[in-house]
Design a protein around this ligand. Structure first.
Ligand SMILES: NC(=O)c1ccc[n+]([C@@H]2O[C@H](COP(=O)([O-])OP(=O)(O)OC[C@H]3O[C@@H](n4cnc5c(N)ncnc54)[C@H](O)[C@@H]3O)[C@@H](O)[C@H]2O)c1
Length: 291
């Protein structure tokens, strides 16, 4: 990716910048030497959230607002200096449709539309493993399998992944969707031994999304875990080299996380069993469809 406007400072927008992942990226990306080199010495991080972000640091531009508001989003792109968006904002777990429409669906539409209109090079999107939660843990899936969302939340992530595909192939806005597992300093459940994404590996994956050459990609946001449910070769092809492995925490989780056999069977864990109208026969159909 090269600066399109050599006379102006290029901008990377981070949405949801006050959140857990956003705060880490704010701290780690602002002085990143590879990004500086890419942008000819300097770039601006345009940080946006609906809640307080504190005051702006040296190469930061802080904007508070609601991404469901189209005019607010258009304002983020109005100077036509935005090269890349790291779209993290959203409601990060299961919720009612009204909540998810305003936090996960409308913001994505507004972001990708503004990106298309202003010639943004790429949008990186914080998708979730709950886009494919209804695969069994015994299966190792790549990122090209059909989605099997385990929740309304997971379905909103599938929507934005597909928005990325449409805008990439139709309008030339590259998209990089990261199906993030468990982003925490360390795994807190046995399931996390499979799904954990460490802080360092998060930064590494986002940098691949910012630097690599692709049109539209879906990858897994997961560390180099021995028990990973996912074949992350799509990310490896683009240069992702995760360093951390959750196995060193395995002694902390000797037994299953729950007594719920549906949650223990499927990759999405309790997201698959919450609100489930139980039928063993119906769930068994998911096993008949080889991947
Ligand atoms: N943390 C994880 O383990 C994990 C796993 C899978 C996916 N994800 C996804 O990654 C993203 C970031 O996760 P996180 O853990 O940092 O979440 P977080 O809740 O800490 O941060 C999300 C931020 O988005 C902001 N936001 C929500 N709705 C908004 C709106 N309408 N306009 C502007 N800002 C809005 C919130 O204020 C919040 O600061 C989320 O989209 C989440 O679904 C996270």
């Amino acid at each position: 990716m090269l600066p399109r406007l050599p006379d102006k400072t290029p901008v990377i927008v981070i949405t949801g910048a006050a959140g857990r992942i956003g705060s880490l990226l704010r701290e780690r990306l602002s002085a990143d030497p590879e990004l500086k080199a890419l942008f000819g010495g300097s770039f601006t991080l345009r940080l946006t959230d609906i809640i307080d972000l504190g005051s702006a640091g040296p190469n930061e531009d802080v904007r508070i607002g609601n991404l469901a508001d189209e005019q607010f989003v258009d304002g983020l792109f109005a100077d036509q200096q935005v090269q890349a968006v790291i779209h993290l904002a959203g409601y990060p777990r299961e919720a009612d449709w009204e909540v998810l429409l305003d936090a996960n669906i409308r913001p994505s539409i507004n972001i990708w539309e503004a990106a298309r209109r202003t010639g943004v090079d790429r949008v990186l999107f914080a998708s979730s493993n709950h886009a494919t939660g209804f695969y069994a843990r015994s299966q190792t899936i790549g990122s090209s399998v059909p989605p099997r969302p385990d929740s309304r939340y997971g379905l909103t992530k599938v929507f934005s992944e597909q928005l990325g595909f449409l805008y990439a192939y139709k309008f030339g806005v590259r998209s990089f969707s990261m199906r993030i597992g468990m982003f925490l300093p360390e795994p807190t459940t046995r399931r996390g031994l499979s799904t954990w994404l460490s802080y360092d590996d998060t930064v590494a994956l986002v940098k691949v999304g910012l630097l690599a050459d692709y049109t539209s990609e879906v990858v897994y946001g997961v560390s180099n875990n021995e028990r990973a449910f996912w074949d992350n070769s799509a990310a490896f092809r683009l240069g992702y080299r995760p360093k951390d492995n959750a196995e060193r925490f395995a002694h902390m989780f000797p037994g299953p996380d729950t007594a719920d056999e549906v949650a223990e069977h499927f990759q999405g864990g309790v997201y698959t069993s919450n609100g489930l109208v139980r039928s063993g026969a119906r769930l068994a159909e998911l096993e008949k469809d080889p991947i």
